[in-house]
Design a protein around this ligand. Sequence first.
Ligand code: GH3
Ligand code: MG
Ligand code: MG
Ligand code: MG
Length: 364
Amino acid sequence: MKIVIAEDDEVSRLVLRRTLESLNFEVVAMADGQEAWDYLRENEAQVVITDWMMPGLDGLDLCRRLRVRGGRGPYTYLILLTGRHSREDRLKALQSGADDLLAKPLDRAELFARLNVARRIIGMEEQLRSRSAELERMHAELEQRNTRLAEIASCDGLTGLKNHRHFREALQGQFSLARRRGVPLSLVMIDVDQFKAFNDSFGHPAGDQVLVDVAHRLRSCVRDHDVVARYGGEEFAVLLPSSDAGAGRSLAERLRESIERHPWTFRPITISLGVSTLTPDVGRADALIEQADRSLYRSKAKGRNRVTHASDLAHGKDRPVVDWGDDIAEGPANDALICSTADQDIVRLAELLHEEDQAMPSVA
Ligand code: GH3
Ligand code: MG
Ligand code: MG
Ligand code: MG
């Protein structure tokens, strides 16, 4: 235990110093309050024993300064030496921040007993400090783990992309923000083409690897604040804050090209994409998904490996999407159905649809 003495009387200082050293304490002796204060500003000590009456900075002022400084460092136990014994003096001493008073002339046994009290209190304070440091460390570790857990809970296990739940939350958040601020927002829905056939031919593990690679390529094409998520199965969603229809469409085209261009191991992989963009008439976030979905189906119906924007549907370039099966295909201009089936029911259905809605293709 290190003890700093502040005592202006040379003889008293020497006696105190010798006594403490004989009790095996580490001692630093100072000739007045100012000297002790200067020393304690730079150095730590567990105990300060200070005379009351000293020229310049007296014992009371030294106690006050040390208490005002306080801080997060270890506690300093303060003992005031005094020949003054009145009740008022004792109160004054304690109010200045002293922990204890020692009467002059010093009694060796009493000094020793009081220093044992100091040692006990300092020991407890050290224990408290180390427990609170341990608690702080555990708290920081817990926060780190919680952050990690939240990350895991928002990620897709296979691809590492954001998962469906996170995507829905992000969409809702971005949708509200975009509406409030009047900034654009686009959404791209993506589906891997003929993926069932890929699995059937090369197995699910190879299929999984394709999904991982597709995810990686999608992520690498977008900005940091764009949200790329695995929507489910072989379907992905990309949320593009601040992107208008033009930007959404061209980003979707970049994604499509990036997948098409990649030298895939087993066979070429392509994706079909549908894009929607927030317009004043879109009142719900889900409507953006529905529009992007319809556009995606349109890309599939037109032959896959392509991008359709919802505005293409709205401008009459589209009709309700009907899955005609293998026997009927849409003509290249999408205004006729090429029919290779003898099934008159299907042909009649197509004719009826055309009669009801001229936007539907006629049968050729
Ligand atoms: P389309 O071009 O019309 O989208 O054809 P498709 O075969 O991709 O569509 P379909 O919906 O018939 O099949 C989707 C396939 O995606 C079926 C399923 O086995 C596969 N799939 C979905 N999730 C996973 C996955 O996590 N891993 C693997 N390997 N395959 C998956
Ligand atoms: Mg003195
Ligand atoms: Mg699908
Ligand atoms: Mg698919």
